[in-house]
Ligand binder design. Structure first.
Ligand SMILES: *Cc1c(COP(=O)(O)O)cnc(C)c1O
Length: 231
């Protein structure tokens, strides 16, 4: 199975899921997740027309982006340590995993230094699992109101990872919780932010996520095959 074939199949599945709920397929962006994927495979995914690349590791992504011409946006989707904020600002077109004010402040400091406005998503812990990163549902609105006052960042929406289930349908209530949170935030009309994007859905459950309103799906294994367990 080639990467191109996988991407065509996934695009078809996204379109069908969108149409089932009356959404437009072109309103959903496909991100190829490149963690532990080699350059030739990444280039194949770009040629096959994915919309965005996403990586979890700053150093790895820095090397990859250094070797390849950047033709489509790269988003950071991993846990970001505050002391790596500088590199995230330099390398990535969006940081999808902002979940605490100190990180936002540090990103803002480097955005100002570089004369940039950095688009971000707020990562929400939808299942309240303490082992996972993300701000809780309860604390998300206050965090967003605080970050909205920061000039160097632009909030575009929310990102989340539901717990892992054998049956992807069981992730549905978690996707719905994220969408409902976004809709409540839209009603709050917080100045200086946009609340359009919902980054949710991975290889196993992206069709359910699209049915529940995902605007970006983040897909690794269904495009590139199983990852080697190095990390
Ligand atoms: C690895 C990863 C993905 C992709 O997961 P797959 O199961 O390979 O599709 C998506 N989002 C995040 C945050 C990830 O770390």
């Amino acid at each position: 199975m080639t990467i191109q074939t996988n991407i065509n199949r996934i695009r078809g599945q996204i379109a069908e899921a969108a149409l089932r709920v009356g959404r437009k397929p072109e309103d959903i962006l496909l991100m190829a997740v490149t963690k532990s994927v080699g350059d030739p495979q990444i280039m194949e995914a770009i040629a096959a027309g994915v919309d965005i690349l996403g990586d979890n590791y700053i150093q790895e992504a820095r090397r990859k982006i250094g070797r390849m011409e950047k033709t489509i946006p790269w988003h950071f989707i991993g846990h970001l340590q505050t002391n790596k904020a500088k590199y995230a600002v330099q390398i990535f077109d969006m940081v999808q995993t902002v979940d605490r004010f100190e990180l936002a402040e540090e990103l803002d400091r480097h955005a100002h230094g570089a004369g940039l406005t950095v688009p971000i998503l707020i990562e929400v812990s939808i299942a309240g699992e303490e082992t996972k990163s993300g701000v809780s549902i309860a604390e998300a609105p206050a965090l967003i109101r605080r970050i909205a006052l920061i000039g160097g960042l632009k909030i575009k929406g929310l990102m989340a990872m539901p717990p892992w289930f054998d049956d992807p349908k069981r992730a549905r209530p978690f996707f719905r919780i994220l969408r409902e949170l976004r809709d409540r935030l839209i009603e709050e009309n917080i100045a200086g932010i946009e609340m359009k994007e919902l980054s949710m859905g991975m290889s196993e459950d992206f069709e359910v996520a699209v049915e529940e309103g995902a605007t970006v799906v983040r897909i690794g294994r269904a495009i590139f095959g199983e990852r080697e367990q190095t990390k």
